[in-house]
Ligand binder design. Sequence first.
Ligand code: PAF
Length: 291
Amino acid sequence: MEIIRTIEEMKKYISTIKLKNEQIGFVPTMGYFHKGHLSLMKEAKNQCDVVITSIFVNPLQFGPNEDFETYPRDENRDIQLAKETGVQAVFIPSVDELYPRDPIISLQLIERTDVLCGRTRPGHFNGVLTVLTKLFHIIEPDRVYFGLKDAQQAAVVEALISDMNFPIQLVGVETEREEDGLAKSSRNVYLSGDERKEAVWLYKALERGRKLLVDGEKNPAIIVKEVKNALTKNTNGTIDYVEMYNYPDLKPVERIDQQVILAIAVHFTKARLIDNMIFDESGAIIRGPFS
Ligand code: PAF
């Protein structure tokens, strides 16, 4: 596996792949790999000739009070895991390599931003847009892989690719779940024993909401209320949000007559958990809406 740290070296590597007419699958990450990252790489491996992943903790997407400095990093372990998963190249640029000066151009997301997790992270997605634009230009992938656990980010990437005419296919990869349905997350280890039992209610509450739709309820407000009730009754967590929008536009809907996302965030003592389901107007789950 190639470990590449400079843009110049990466461009040389990419030109050899393009000469062979091979398809590039790209998994951008901030490192500290968990199973979710590895499943994106595996999906890319199934669909593409060459899999490239990047490890870059992007300062532009962290707010002033967020954890850029303390964000977990373990490069050696990540390299090992990428190798074992069959990745061909890892791109690990330094901050100076990717941002040799403070950017003069700022990309701004004007829709899909003031909802869900974006509401409490002003400017976050602008930083994501900037770094992905640079990475897409450097790596020139045919397909990019994003987990649908962070469905808002996937919606933002869909907008970037479409608005900026990147010749790239976005593949949304389904959330990995524990046997009882809890979405896998590195934050689950911060749950106490009781909280771990309660946390499955994020999944169960989403399912309850979906079932209402399957049974004919088309009013999102009623579904959201029922999901909130299920969470309040069955967990001691504090609800951050339960929201429903059309997807990927993330606009409120008065009646469910199109593809929608039902999304939840709940604070437990030491962990804030998120989960979501994307389904069509009949309640059928959409698995990877962009693939
Ligand atoms: O999801 C992440 O890890 C980051 O937001 C991404 C897409 C790698 C951009 O820095």
